[in-house]
Write a protein that binds this ligand. Structure first.
Ligand code: GLU
Length: 441
């Protein structure tokens, strides 16, 4: 059965880049009728915070990316220790004692000599006595996985055929000197034991994947299918990594962006399918195919989310936005006509408040000198209330007959006088909502 996972580290808020990963894994699982696991990668006790776990869940729930199970790595440490023992027994695990400064120096030397900066495995030559001495001096060493120096190959769901020479990669550290289990081994054990069949993650993980394939094989597990999506860049192709902090999902939510806008964009951006507003999750699942995504960096512009949000809101009936309409201060008996008038004129629900204030308080009239007389004449012709959808038509017809004005010369001064603006909602829909005029009627 298809099983995927989204595996955030709860060391911060998740952003659009994480959403891409979460969504792709979610859509694969749902399309196949499989299982979607939320895996909290919290093996780092210092940086992992409960508040981020809660925030991640809240973001996913907001987006409607419901998970079938939650797994926490911090509760599975014994499993990782077991796997480490197994690797040790097999002779695939070795202790190394270099300090970060020593490693840095080695890397610099290698680079100076034009060599790739790969760990030289000096620790493999240490005798037991030397290790004891180092341990006494420096404390426990780190544990590295001894890669087999052969080519590691897989067919990537996005990148195609990949072949990486294991000799060009450092033996990965799986356990730190202080005993902290690192992501690489924890992830491998989880993916294997949880039966994960498909892993989609960012292309910054390609080298990890190569080493993880060897670890999975050493532990006798079954390799999942891998796909690495390209990294997001800003609209000009600039690196987004530094700005991702400002693109946290919670901030986008606060800006009033709608889940369907984000999902519609992120489920197709960078693929050969067009980005357009989709009506629901089912439509996103139906048309999703990870193989249609390209390897090139994907340009992301947060501004694209606003028109998609506006379009989505336009499609909603009042029942879906009733709370927001009420929060904007609109009385219940006006909610229906108000929403019908406002929905075409908002980008986010936050804009409702302004339209309601216009209805309630009116606007500073915008009247050009040459229109003063015309406006006075028009006001005198305003029919008695109550006003309805027909009033604007009847009134402007009467004004046209009386003044001889027509077209823009007729409508624009009236709009400006009533709303203080040159454009905005349909006047026929707005007029019955204008409270001053209602009061007259
Ligand atoms: N916790 C890892 C990360 O956030 C998970 C990577 C993976 O999907 O394996 O980068």
């Amino acid at each position: 059965m298809t099983t995927t996972r989204f595996a955030p580290s709860p060391t911060g808020y998740i952003h659009v880049g994480n959403l891409r990963t979460a969504l792709m894994n979610y859509l694969i699982a749902r399309k196949a009728g499989g299982t979607f696991i939320l895996r909290i990668d919290d093996t780092d006790p210092e940086r992992s915070k409960e508040e981020y776990v809660d925030a991640i869940k809240r973001d996913l729930e907001w987006l409607g990316l419901h998970w079938d199970k939650v797994e926490r790595q911090s509760e599975r440490l014994d499993r990782y220790a077991e796997a480490a023992d197994k690797l040790r027994e097999m002779g695939r695990f070795y202790e190394a004692f270099e300090t970060p400064t020593e490693l840095d120096l080695k890397r610099k030397k290698q680079l100076n000599m034009g060599k790739p900066p790969v760990y030289d495995r000096a620790a493999l030559n240490l005798s037991d006595a030397e290790k004891d001495a180092l341990r006494a001096e420096r404390g426990n060493g780190v544990w590295r996985f001894k890669l087999d120096h052969e080519r590691i190959e897989w067919t990537d769901g996005i990148l195609g055929d990949i072949s990486i020479d294991a000799a060009s990669v450092s033996d990965p550290v799986l356990i730190r000197g202080d005993g902290q289990v690192l992501y690489t081994i924890a992830s491998v054990v989880d993916d294997t034991e949880m039966g994960v069949t498909d892993v989609v993650r960012g292309s910054d993980h390609v080298t990890n994947t190569a080493t993880q394939i060897q670890i999975i094989e050493a532990l006798g597990g079954q390799c999942p299918r891998f796909a690495h999506h390209s990294l997001l860049t800003g609209p000009q192709g600039e690196a987004l990594s530094k700005r991702l902090g400002t693109l946290a999902l919670r901030d986008l939510r606060e800006q009033g962006l709608q889940p369907m806008a984000l999902l519609s964009l992120m489920a197709r951006l960078g693929s050969s399918d067009p980005v357009e507003l989709r009506s629901d999750m089912a439509e996103l699942i139906e048309g999703f195919d990870v193989n249609r995504f390209g390897a090139a960096p994907t340009k992301f512009d947060v501004q694209d989310l606003f028109p998609l949000t506006a379009k989505h809101l336009q499609s909603l009936p009042l029942t879906d936005v009733a709370d927001a309409v009420e929060d904007a201060g609109v009385p219940a008996d006006l909610a229906e006509p108000f929403w019908a008038m406002a929905r075409e004129n908002i980008t986010t629900l936050a804009d409702l408040k302004g339209w309601w204030e216009l209805c309630r308080d009116g606007a500073e009239p915008l009247i050009a000198d040459e229109d003063r007389e015309f406006i006075a004449e028009a006001v005198a012709l305003l029919p008695d209330g109550p006003f309805d959808g027909e009033t604007w038509g009847t009134w402007t017809k009467a004004v046209k007959e009386a003044t001889g004005r027509k077209g823009k010369g007729l409508f624009m001064p009236l709009r400006k006088a009533l709303t203080g603006m040159e454009r905005g909602p349909e006047m026929a829909a707005l007029l019955p909502l204008l409270q001053v005029i209602r009061a007259r009627g």
